[in-house]
Design a protein around this ligand. Structure first.
Ligand SMILES: [Cu+2]
Length: 101
């Protein structure tokens, strides 16, 4: 599996709620890393991610991230994806695909 990281700035005056990500044909999900009562790291799929008005939201190792399946066979440098929002809008963006040692 592979993880994707990004930062998003919401410059609008309203909160924006992301429902899902689509990077087909590559399977992708929004994940959140949490630590349970026993101190174990666990990944969960949140129902949505709220981007607060006039602030930035970051996806980083140990926090929110995008989980990919099947990216190892992906032979292009950029993976086109889109976020879908609660209001029905969506936004397209590209992930830069890199191998990390
Ligand atoms: Cu994950």
């Amino acid at each position: 599996m592979t993880s994707g990281y990004l930062s998003i700035v919401n410059k609008s005056n309203e909160n924006i709620e992301i429902l899902s990500i689509d990077c087909s044909p590559i399977r992708a999900e929004i994940h959140e890393t949490t630590i349970n009562a026993k101190g174990l790291m666990k990944m969960t799929k949140p129902n949505s991610v709220v981007l607060e008005s006039q602030s930035s939201t970051i996806f980083v190792p140990g926090g929110k991230h995008i989980m990919f399946w099947g990216l190892n066979e992906f032979d292009s440098k950029y993976l086109p994806c889109s976020f879908s929002f609660v209001d029905g809008d969506s936004i397209n963006f590209n992930f830069l695909v890199q191998t990390r040692g």
